[in-house]
Design a protein around this ligand. Sequence first.
Ligand SMILES: C[S@@+](CC[C@H](N)C(=O)[O-])C[C@H]1O[C@@H](n2cnc3c(N)ncnc32)[C@H](O)[C@@H]1O
Length: 303
Amino acid sequence: MSTKHKLIIGDCTSMRELSAESIHLMVTSPPYFNAPFDYQGLYDTYNQYLAILSDVASEIYRVLIPGRIAVLNIDDMLVNGEKFPITADATKIFQKAGFRYRDRIIWKKPEGYLRISKRSGVILQNPFPMYYYPDNLLESIIIFQKGRFEYKKVPKEVKNESKIDKKEFQENKWYMTLWEMTNVLPGSILEKDIAAFPDELPYRVIKLFSYKGETVLDPFAGSGTTMRVARILERNSIGFEIKPELVDIIKKKVGLPDLMSNGDTFELEFRKHDVSSELERRLTNEQFKAILQEIRDGHYREN
Ligand SMILES: C[S@@+](CC[C@H](N)C(=O)[O-])C[C@H]1O[C@@H](n2cnc3c(N)ncnc32)[C@H](O)[C@@H]1O
């Protein structure tokens, strides 16, 4: 089965290239507020971050086909000693956008995970009450649904083509709300400086919530993990990414140039009125933010 993949370089708070009710599954990992490793100082305030998430949630609701699923990999974030309840707030935001909150999976990374701050060391230095700060090995995977799925409408052949492998399901313990998955290891080249999730995350989600030949959306494409796994699993994909410099990485990850050999296609679209890479290079962070705001307000025109 040949598949189609499309990457749009643009801000996903508007996904105007997509028509309503055209997507079968959404799986993504948005930036985690001002995560110390990856997004330090990216957003001015937590409310600004939540407002962006809210715009994206409404857009996802609009483009999803009724009955279908939206999956968010997200987690609370510790910034300067204060924990921001992103998972709870995102859940409320998605409910407000119209979704039904269906499940929460906890993703557990292996012990010895390198990319966390070793806060627990504090108590070893000061073995007294009040010095307790645990190391975080967990992230959330929250699952939402747009209305109810009509199981009876799916033809038998379609179901059979995408049958879940029961052995894989049992052996890898997909049946629990605890998913033990190895994170992307530091030092991996394609994901350098991108908070990428491992293939295993979209792999499980795509197998569990879509049929072959359907279309999977990732509004925060990053290195293109979702798009890559969608192709491997014979689903079409659409990704949005705001950083033009990730295009080559995404292309490579999805499988270009070999991709075309079996009839799969890859389309790249730069949104006209979004920030071009040249412009982005010239701008300081503050100017960049102001322009993004203008784009959102619909006032921005490239010179
Ligand atoms: C956590 S990363 C996603 C990583 C991805 N799951 C992977 O495996 O590579 C979030 C991505 O969202 C992008 N991003 C942030 N704001 C965006 C926006 N408004 N529209 C589109 N992409 C955005 C960032 O540049 C970053 O690449």
